[in-house]
Structures are given as C-alpha cells and as structure tokens.
Design a protein around this ligand. Structure first.
Ligand code: SAH
Length: 344
C-alpha cells in the first residue's frame, strides 16, 4: 500500500527522502507544495524533477477531499461542505466569516461513538478515525475553493477529537508548523464531550489552544440522560480534570452548554451550574440547541436563556450565547452528512 504523504511531518518526510537517496531540501519543497500551497497532485510540483515526481507517485499517495456538496448561506455567507474522502466516506466542514477572519470547523472522525442524544453526528454510528491528512485537507480544499486564507480552526465538527488523539495532535502540530499553514495554537479550539483520559494526555502537551468542554448539564442525572460519556466520567471527575488542565496550562476553559427546552434550562439548573463552576478560570457558552430531525429536543425559549445568563453572571461567571450562523443550510452537528447518507 502507498504511504499517505500528507500525513507525514516535515521531519518524517526528510527521513523518507533520505531513504530514497534524495536531498533534505527537496522534502522542504514537497512539504511546502502540500501544506502551504495545497497541491492535490505530484504533477503540480513543477520545481521537482519529473523523475522524482514519478518515483514519488510509485510509493506515495496524496489523499484529498473532493467537494460532494457545497451550501452557501443566504444570510451570512457561511459555507458548508460535504467532502468525499478517498475511500468514499463523507465528512463535513463549515467555514464562517467573522470580523477577525475566516474560521473553519473541521471533523475529526467519520461518525462518532459518543452517542450524545441531541447530536446528529453519531446517529449512524462510528465508521473510522480521520488521518492527519484528512483533517488538513478539509482546510486546504476550502481555502482553494473560496480563495481565502483561514486564520482560525475549531475542532467542533463530526467526531470526538480526543477519541482520535494521536492523529488529532499530529494534525495540530502540522497545521501550526511554520512550514505549513502556520496557524497559531491560540487561534485553535478543540472541543471534547469529556473524555477525561484524553484531557490529561492533552494537558501533558501544554498546548496554547483553547479547550472547549461540552458540559450541557449541571448534574449527573441530566448529563447521563443526554450524554452517555457521563457514565464513564461523571461531572466531578470531568471538572477535576478541567481544574488540573487549567493549573497546568494557565488556559481558560470554555464550557459549552446546549440549552434544551425543559431539559436543562431551569433557573435551578443555572444555580447548580454556577455553584459547580465557582472559582474556575472558565467561560460558559450557551448554545440554543439545534433541532435534529431524529430527536425531539427543542431550543430553549428566549426568556429562559436570558434568565440563565443573569444567574450565571450574578455569580461572576462569564457567559455568552453562541451566534447562530448558517441556520438555513443545516450548518451544524452532522446534519448534512446525516441527510446524505440517509438517502443512500
Ligand atoms: N465531540 C466533541 C466535538 C463536537 S463539537 C464534543 O462533543 O465537544 C460540537 C458541539 O456541538 C458540542 O458541544 C456538541 O455537544 C454540540 N452539539 C451537538 N449537537 C448539537 C445540537 N443539536 N445543538 C446544539 N449543539 C449541539
């Protein structure tokens, strides 16, 4: 089988070329074609000799994403992509425009094992992990297609990034490498549903990225009901890991809280949440839940959201409500892939 060349770091590529009897600087040129210029074929690499290009083709493959579907929001020019991978699997990415630049939301797995009840990503189960090249290609393909530079990344697409730890951390190293896109860790967020072992492993790497934790409930009763991962690591265990993480990295954690009508949005829930998060270096991001066709969860009423914010802020917890982008194109949470695989 041919090696996936886009998943090799520059050092790995140098070692591979040395084995072929080539000079190290050629690895730099190839790396730059792949990761700076988003080349999708060896033939684009015009400053590489034809002979070397042919040799490369014999041993390596460039895995790209092809655009299966592209939806552009009429409201806010958010773009949602459904990408097809080399083995035919489908993944989603979303590009959002903010004042400070373009942010891409990337997927880390095909499907998901975590089974959060309100989320469309895992309804059809888990298929496989994405390779570093496949996470990178989502960015490269979107940049080429839209003719833009992406400045921020959120790992909040389909999949649980900490359940694909090695590939995700390799991706992070490559995307922040100055020989590639050179996107600073401070411009990257990684979201987890609460895989505690993964949080500790990530902590050891002491990255300057923002860790988002999908909390979505103030107590174990509600959380276990909506997020099966809570049966493995309950809220106390998760929050302890978050405190340890902040201590080790000095980074503020962002807690995601999907507001679900009648499930987790009472004033009592807000009070419980505030007391659990007391004293933590954190931020709460409220997300009015998106209705998913297969589930009957509904968005909280405006009045509930306002009251929730008031209670949290009164306790000194910094709180924001996520702005909804791309609401006309099902821009969130595995909905597009779900719609597509359903039809097959
Ligand atoms: N597996 C990671 C990454 C997915 S991020 C995680 O769970 O954090 C996607 C974010 O959207 C998570 O906070 C997830 O809980 C949330 N989410 C999933 N389905 C949603 C829905 N229907 N409405 C609002 N948020 C949702």
């Amino acid at each position: 089988m041919k090696t996936d060349i886009k998943s090799l770091t520059l050092d790995e590529l140098k070692a591979e070329l040395a084995k072929m009897g080539e000079k190290a600087f050629k690895a730099g040129q190839i790396y730059s074609w792949l990761h700076k210029r988003g080349a999708v074929s060896f033939d684009e690499m015009t400053d590489i000799s034809k002979n070397l290009r042919e040799n490369l083709k014999n041993s390596y493959v460039i895995h790209n994403c092809s655009i299966e579907k592209k939806l552009v929001s009429m409201y806010d020019s958010t773009v949602k992509y459904l990408f097809r991978l080399h083995d035919g699997e489908l993944i989603e990415s979303v590009v959002m425009k903010y004042k400070y630049g373009y942010t891409i939301c990337v997927s880390s797995q095909v499907g998901c094992k975590m089974g959060c009840r309100f989320c469309a990503s895992g309804i059809a189960g888990f298929i496989r992990n994405l390779e570093p090249s496949e996470i990178l290609s989502q960015i490269y393909t979107a940049q080429r297609d839209l003719d833009i530079r992406i400045s921020h990344i959120v790992m909040m697409g389909v999949g649980e990034p900490l359940d694909n730890f090695d590939n995700v951390t390799k991706f992070l190293a490559m995307v922040s490498d100055e020989n590639g896109l050179n996107i600073g860790m401070r411009n990257i967020s990684l979201s987890t549903c609460g895989v505690v072992t993964g949080i500790y492993k990530l902590m050891e790497k002491k990255l300057q990225l923002t860790l988002s934790v999908s909390l979505h409930a103030p107590n174990d009763e509600i959380r276990s009901e909506t997020m099966p991962v809570n049966n493995k690591w309950n809220i106390d265990t998760l929050l302890k890991a978050c405190r340890d993480y902040t201590k080790a990295t000095s980074r503020r954690i962002s807690f995601e809280y999907a507001m679900i009508d009648g499930v987790n949005d009472s004033d009592e829930c807000a009070r419980q949440l505030a007391s659990r998060l007391k004293g933590m270096l954190c931020h709460v991001n409220l997300i009015p839940v998106n209705s998913v066709k297969e589930r009957d969860y509904k968005k909280s009423k405006e009045e509930r959201i306002r009251s929730f914010i008031k209670i949290l802020e009164a306790k000194g917890i910094n709180t924001t409500v996520r702005r909804t982008l791309g609401s006309d194109i099902n821009a969130s949470c595995g909905q597009l892939r779900r719609g597509e695989t359903n039809r097959e």
